[in-house]
Write a protein that binds this ligand. Sequence first.
Ligand SMILES: [Ca+2]
Ligand SMILES: [Ca+2]
Length: 173
Amino acid sequence: MSRLIRTIASVGAAAALGGGLLAAQHPAAAADTPPATRFAARVQAELPNAQHGVVNEPTTDVDGGQNAAYIAAGDWLRFDDVAFPREFPFNFFKARVASGARPHVTGTVQVRLDSITGPVIGEIAVGNTGGWQSWRTDTVAMTRSVGGVYDVYVTFAGESRADFVNVNWIGFS
Ligand SMILES: [Ca+2]
Ligand SMILES: [Ca+2]
């Protein structure tokens, strides 16, 4: 199932970038390949090492590129080998989110380390932000400080099965 969805995401990315102009402006997005290492301060949501139920699309957010979309409860993203500073561990989880969810449709963006069933160490509640490209950055304190290298899981939860959020990037501080 996830393989099929990745294929769809790749086709969508290729189609979106086929015009050339966007590809020229954002060559990194065209590769559709997660970086080997990345710093926790900002992790692009559209470049996971694995995911379920998520499709990438071009974003009109300030830095351009792509965002992860069509996200409902039960969907997830995995980012391998994310580096947090060891000497000054990070305490906050942030997510760049937008939502055109219907009234009363809300959900949460959760972060876990090294296991998709591990404890949620940070959780951001999202409802309609004014549209699927109306972006805001939400920040929450985590339940623990994080230093070192981890596989970061972003899981999505909620009562509704409807899509409730787009994510451009996540980050820590
Ligand atoms: Ca989905
Ligand atoms: Ca992005």
